[in-house]
Design a protein around this ligand. Sequence first.
Ligand SMILES: [Zn+2]
Length: 212
Amino acid sequence: MPTVMTHAAVAWGLARAARPLSPAPALAAARERTCAVVAMLPDLDVLAFTVGIPYAHPLGHRGASHSLLGAVVLGLGVWLLLRRLLRDVEGARPGGLDLALLVVAAASHGLLDMLTDGGEGVGLFVPLSDARHFWPRQPVPVSPIGLLGFFAHGLPVLAWELGLLWPAAALGALAGRPGPWRPRALAALGVAAATVAAWAWRLHLIAWDQGR
Ligand SMILES: [Zn+2]
């Protein structure tokens, strides 16, 4: 998995980019924070190890909780909770856009895990199929499971994530910010160019390593 911070940052960026579509800024801000939290939740499935469920089992780590159906269930559940908690924020309450963003935030977790270079792959289509999936290229180094593992080996992982995935948060912040569009578009171009360079460099390093 990428680190939980990176899952949160990417989902926050996706939600933040949609802020101009929302008439109630306070509701949009709550939605952005909730999307960040929702994107971290699928990794609670590491608790499956403690009750003896194997990694590759459909209910194991990266199984049902990381599937597309799991994302719909999680997004819908959190949306229903938000509808109860936020009944009237600036005259608005969570609607269809909020539901869509929550589901996308939850789904982004499994889709990002598929970019990592370790583990069992993601059960994207559980329960229809137990197969585990990766993207054709996996440029993101897998994050160690657990806090101790992270402090021992996690910092280089986080550094790559900052270059490869966190630009999504920067682009979302630029897209969702009010004000003149030209400076924001220029900044977004700069971020996009740096991101393309980071991805190209990472893929080059992997190809070089495999060719040795
Ligand atoms: Zn995960």
